[in-house]
Design a protein around this ligand. Structure first.
Ligand SMILES: [Zn+2]
Length: 97
């Protein structure tokens, strides 16, 4: 399921809520209305982490062509891009009680 609505009560789960969860180390996302806890699927956490650290893997290639300053700016822009996109990429599940 794509994070948009609560599965149980249909309450909207905002982008900001997901964003905060990611920034605090993939904390569970809780629905404000019915208190259902959503867990982020581990493989999607990995995708975000790998995606965000992608510039590190191609650092040498970039530095052959561009200056370190340019690389830093590029890495920061990339990081912001991935983080702002990640709430749309993540999938969650509800832990059965
Ligand atoms: Zn709910």
């Amino acid at each position: 399921m794509l994070i948009k609505k609560c599965e149980r009560c249909g309450n909207k789960i905002g982008w900001l809520k997901v964003f905060i969860s990611i920034m605090s180390g993939f904390r569970n996302i809780r629905c404000d209305e019915c208190k259902t806890e959503y867990y982020i699927i581990a493989s999607y956490r990995l995708i975000i982490v790998l995606g965000a650290s992608f510039p590190l893997f191609i650092r040498d290639q970039i530095l052959k062509v561009f200056s370190p300053q340019f690389y830093s700016i590029l890495a920061i822009i990339w990081l912001l891009f991935i983080i702002s996109l990640s709430p749309f990429l993540l999938r969650t599940y509800v832990k059965k009680r």
